[in-house]
Design a protein around this ligand. Structure first.
Ligand SMILES: NC(=O)c1ccc[n+]([C@@H]2O[C@H](COP(=O)([O-])OP(=O)(O)OC[C@H]3O[C@@H](n4cnc5c(N)ncnc54)[C@H](O)[C@@H]3O)[C@@H](O)[C@H]2O)c1
Length: 295
């Protein structure tokens, strides 16, 4: 199946980026959320990013109008998914919520439709079990910002059909991504590895081994990483890291996912990372950042 009609559930950070990437590749997209203001916010966000690309001369206004014209808004789930070949769910990271959404999708989508979850760490096999079509349920783990980042981890739960995997790989390539297959294991590839990276870096800061800034400099210049672990943790958001770690901890029976206490303390102090301008660094209105003195 060549995926033409895509529905994205959730117009937040990830959903809007996935919708944008799909529309840029020529798919007809429906962006669904539970409230009109959320969908409007998603569309406004996409429009703003594309508007900037016109200012920078990367696209013409005509191209942008074409992309925006391919994205419809919806707050009616049945209407939003009725023609979908491929549904990408990007609702908040909560297993009960995702299972409920997939049970609804199973009833509302056409039988051939593939249902994909953008979960970061939750078990896709458990999400698939909420449907009567586990062979057509898969994980597509996009990265933030989803319209730009090339990687998609294609998560293959127990019971998924080979055809579903192939269609998903082809869809990812169609929208300009590089898909890699991964079994349904806690944290998949990237978050399983990054999780340890975040924890060790924060522990080093807590232990006074080095400052966050020096740890970042060391990894950028010594390991050729484009961002250091503390900068990356700020970018990802401490609440997201904590949630991901806690899920990993649960699903690995404590073998991995032990969250460094520093993240809990930062969250308690209202420091969530770049999203609220306060993380290992303070992000200033002029676009610069300066290290936050933790101790
Ligand atoms: N933010 C990231 O960096 C990132 C990266 C990769 C994967 N993810 C995963 O993507 C998913 C979404 O994350 P996000 O950061 O975009 O969250 P977000 O909070 O920015 O957006 C979630 C959106 O879902 C909407 N929503 C809530 N209930 C819904 C429902 N029943 N149906 C449809 N929409 C509903 C919310 O109104 C909100 O607009 C999560 O599973 C997250 O773990 C996030």
């Amino acid at each position: 199946m060549d995926v033409k009609n895509v529905t994205v559930l959730g117009a937040g950070t990830m959903g809007r980026g996935i919708a944008q990437a799909s529309a840029m590749a020529g798919c007809s997209v429906v962006l669904y959320d539970i409230k009109q203001e959320f969908v409007d916010g998603g569309i406004a966000g996409i429009s703003k990013i594309l508007g900037k690309s016109v200012e920078k001369g990367k696209r013409t206004q005509e191209e942008v109008d074409g992309i925006m014209g391919r994205i419809k808004k919806s707050i009616d789930l049945a209407e939003a998914v009725k023609d979908a070949d491929f549904v990408v769910e990007a609702v908040p990271e909560n297993l009960d919520l995702k299972k409920k959404v997939f049970a609804d999708l199973d009833k509302l989508c056409k039988p051939a439709a593939i249902l994909a979850s953008n979960t970061s760490v939750l078990p896709v096999t458990a999400i698939a079990s909420a449907t009567q079509r586990p062979s057509k349920v898969i994980g597509t783990h996009f990265f933030n910002p989803a319209a730009v980042m090339k990687l998609v981890e294609v998560i293959t739960p127990i019971g998924v059909a080979e055809e579903t995997v192939q269609i998903t790989m082809d869809f990812c390539k169609k929208i300009g991504k590089v898909p890699v297959k991964c079994k349904d294991t806690p944290g998949f590839i990237v978050n399983a590895l990054l999780g340890s990276f975040y924890q060790i870096a924060a522990q080093m800061v807590m232990d006074g081994v080095a400052t966050a800034e020096d740890i970042d400099t060391a990894m950028k210049l010594g390991a050729n990483h484009p961002m250091g672990p503390c900068e990356l943790a700020d970018f990802g958001g401490f609440d997201i890291i904590a949630n991901g770690s806690d899920e990993m901890f649960k699903y690995t029976s404590g073998k991995s996912g032990q969250l460094c206490l520093l993240y809990r303390k930062m969250i308690e102090a209202g420091r969530l990372g770049r999203k609220n301008g306060k993380g290992f660094y303070d992000y200033l209105p002029d676009g610069t950042k300066k290290p936050f003195k933790l101790f």
